[in-house]
Ligand binder design. Structure first.
Ligand SMILES: [Zn+2]
Length: 258
């Protein structure tokens, strides 16, 4: 578990496990909802949401979805897959068997664990410095809201088509054509929604009262966006047979922000 490896303590000082992370990600308190007798009362809490509301809902839906184990795409398993670069050829590394990163051109194959630990430690250190304010503004949040609205509208359209079919207003073939069209549109809109919401959440993480806590509590896809917003990570090949980890083989290059 990356949180334990990066020496992040839980609230009770115990090591992290999947259920403590699940508890945080599905706990409405962390999305800033006031909780009364174990239920949300729909009112926003007085504290700042460390997990943005929209993201909280997406994560909640994802954890509750029994198909999520087989879902691909926006939900990557490793921090640096498709994000960290090969220092030799500049390609983005991919996940490889045995928890490793591999350059698609074969320049390197390296264990993920120590690389991820180093990157997370470097990120937490950077996020703990006070000069983050205003670095990136959550300007994506308006577009993310518009994307959520679109998903809502398409869902409503789907429900109407189903109601029309149930009422006998449209026949089978027409029902099939209509629903397939809306479903395809809905799938595209959902992807856009997740992409924009993730970006906006990364911006929120950076502007949070406690950016380190926000980063720790954020789902992997948001942590990836935060890393991407702040730096590029370049991995160098290590000499064959080398057993010890060389921190100099991982180069964190901070992005220039005007
Ligand atoms: Zn390469």
């Amino acid at each position: 578990m990356w949180l334990t490896e990066a020496e992040v303590a839980t609230r009770h000082g115990r090591p992290w496990n999947p259920s403590s992370v699940r508890t945080i990600l599905t706990n409405p308190r962390y999305a800033g909802h006031a909780v009364y007798q174990g239920k949300t009362n729909g009112k926003q809490g007085v504290w700042d949401a460390i997990v943005e509301d929209e993201v909280f809902r997406l994560v909640e839906a994802k954890l509750a979805d029994p198909r999520r184990k087989t879902q691909q795409g926006t939900d990557r398993k490793h921090l640096g897959a498709g994000l960290f670069e090969c220092a030799k050829c500049g390609s983005k590394v991919r996940s490889w068997s045995g928890n490793r990163y591999r350059c698609p051109n074969g320049c390197l194959t390296r264990s993920q664990r120590q690389i991820d630990t180093l990157v997370i430690k470097t990120m937490r250190e950077r996020l703990s410095r006070p000069d983050l304010a205003g670095l990136i503004t959550p300007k994506e949040s308006e577009r993310a809201k518009a994307a959520s609205e679109k998903v809502k509208r398409l869902n409503e359209r789907l429900e109407r088509i189903e109601a029309d079919y149930d009422a006998g207003d449209i026949d089978g073939p027409r029902y099939k054509v209509s629903t397939e069209k809306v479903k395809a549109e809905l799938a595209r809109a959902r992807l856009t929604q997740v992409r924009l919401t993730t970006r906006s959440a990364a911006a929120s993480t950076l502007s949070a009262v406690d950016p380190v806590a926000a980063f720790d509590a954020a789902p992997l896809m948001i942590r990836r966006n935060v890393v991407d917003a702040l730096c590029s990570v370049k991995l160098s090949p290590t000499p064959r047979g080398r057993k010890t980890f060389d921190p100099n083989s991982v180069d964190v290059v901070w992005r220039e922000h005007p």
